[in-house]
Design a protein around this ligand. Sequence first.
Ligand SMILES: CC(C)(COP(=O)(O)OP(=O)(O)OC[C@H]1O[C@@H](n2cnc3c(N)ncnc32)[C@H](O)[C@@H]1OP(=O)(O)O)[C@@H](O)C(=O)NCCC(=O)NCCS
Length: 149
Amino acid sequence: MTPYELRTATPADYDPIAAVVDDWWGRPILPSLPRLFLDHFHRTSLIAEGPAGLAGFLIGFISPSEPDEAYIHFVGVSPEARTGGLARTMYERFFDLARRHDRRVVKAITSPVNRTSIAFHGRMGFEVGEPVPGYNGPGTALVTFSRTL
Ligand SMILES: CC(C)(COP(=O)(O)OP(=O)(O)OC[C@H]1O[C@@H](n2cnc3c(N)ncnc32)[C@H](O)[C@@H]1OP(=O)(O)O)[C@@H](O)C(=O)NCCC(=O)NCCS
């Protein structure tokens, strides 16, 4: 349980998210979150709000090509709201959604430098792979996560 209100995202949530992601990640990350994710995957994405406004978000979708799979592209929690279980709550909400769509596996990826993300996904029950060299082309090793529902 968290003191935040969770709701389904809308396309209008893109601008408030885009305004904070570089700050929340502590590095330039916005190019990895183009508007198309909110335009086309808002029904399976989540927004958490508190008294100070946006407290967290999860961008995920039900794979249109892999019938067993759902995918979480981004999760972010504001620095003030961290370690209180908000990301866990959003992930569990997304797992429920994926189950309702008969999905059995949730996947995600992260940069090897994102130790927080690796620790978080491990705590959330994901299998953490070794960095895959060239995952998104030359010079882009990424760590893969996979969780069976
Ligand atoms: C990763 C992030 C989303 C976690 O959000 P959060 O709301 O603080 O996480 P929660 O409080 O729900 O924690 C869930 C579990 O992960 C663990 N965890 C969270 N942050 C952690 C950290 N920095 N180091 C180790 N474990 C961590 C918690 O201990 C908790 O485990 P438990 O429930 O088994 O005790 C948040 O730190 C963040 O937004 N970071 C910047 C953006 C980012 O890197 N996103 C992930 C890549 S897309």
